[in-house]
Design a protein around this ligand. Sequence first.
Ligand code: PMP
Length: 448
Amino acid sequence: MNNIFQRHCHSNLPIAVKGDGIYLYDKLGKAYLDASGGAAVSCLGHSHPDVRAALHRQIDQLAYAHTGFFNTDNALELAEKLTQAAPGNLNHVYFVSGGSEAIESALKLARQYFVEKGESQRTQFVSRKQSYHGNTLGALAVGGNELRRAPFAPLLMPTEHISACFAYHNKLESESYFDYGQRTANELETRLLEMGPDTVIAFIAEPVVGATAGAVTAEEGYFKRIREICDQYGVLLILDEVMCGMGRTGTLFAHEQEDIHADIVTIAKGLGAGYQPIGAMIATSEIHNTISQGSGFFQHGHTYMGHATAMAGSLAVLNAFEKEALLPRVQEAGDILQTRLSERFTDHPFVGDIRGRGLFRAVELIADKDTKRPFSTASNLHTQIKERAMDLGLICYPMSGTIDGKNGHHILLAPPFIISNTQIDELTEKLFESVDSVTQSLFKEGMY
Ligand code: PMP
């Protein structure tokens, strides 16, 4: 028994004491290959020399200065780097301390933008089922993870949820992938017309879905159609890249690969690579200028925004991406990982789909391959796999999401960008052993 209020109240976790490359070590000296970077965070591994040096330097000089009084050179340089790289007109960065804060900031900025434009009748958001945007009340309201929402439903602001673009579960056999993507995107138009399009502030989506469905990419053309619909009805497009952004899919911004522009993008996780808590929201000049020429003040703020140490760390992270040419390596290593996973898991009786982009991959577990029926909630499959993997010295991210109201299970993989090919083999073998032993014993016990 300890005094930490743990999320899983009864779990007895090992004590982490050291990180080295892609491995973490506990107090007993046991090594764990970090195949998920925690929750898709540690993209540079756990001991990157340049990031550590930058943090040491910064703390020695100045740990923190409130952004109400000062900017820092690192914050200015980081903002410039991000806006130079971002597609379209995303020219203004608002730094916060994590993903949920970035989402809250984005939702509030979008609302204030319309208030200042004289369109205060816009009060609603549209988002997607099987999405995750964070755990604070606003972020949870736009999220579509039914299990996480359930206890808080009466407290969540009303939000409309349309279908996710999730071909493995929802594409009809008779339609092409492209047609499926268009049909799903068109749900947005239908819903906007039902709601009254001029009452809607924004549509929010993850370009590649992370926690709730497991590395689900949209079909080609889907996001282009979404952008067209948003433009037609004057609705903002907010892209949540908290998990899939910052190089995870092989480009700095995941939506670069969809060839579209966003009005607001949120990032976090890989931006700080775990060395410091950080998140950000990036908005277009149109949004920024409307507020700066209107009230001149965004009615929002958090104490630790633009934290000087976090700025120094993140700048070093982005510099390391460039110096070590890591993003092309993400694409190459991602292809190798997909191939290795496919070789090992395709014939497994309880693996339905192996998917993703770059070093953002998932293996979906199903009880019946023909019907795609998920394992029962009672199986507690994700927790069992997590524990078995940790026994074997592997950190992966088994999650339970919801598929058509039923509990679905997948394992999310988001290894550090510095993973070697040999380490990809080690990851795959340990993952196979974890999945196989747990699913086979559940099968024997009839718990599937
Ligand atoms: N958006 C997405 C897409 C996420 O994956 C997450 C975290 N898993 C969040 C928002 C919330 O981020 P945080 O946990 O840092 O608040």
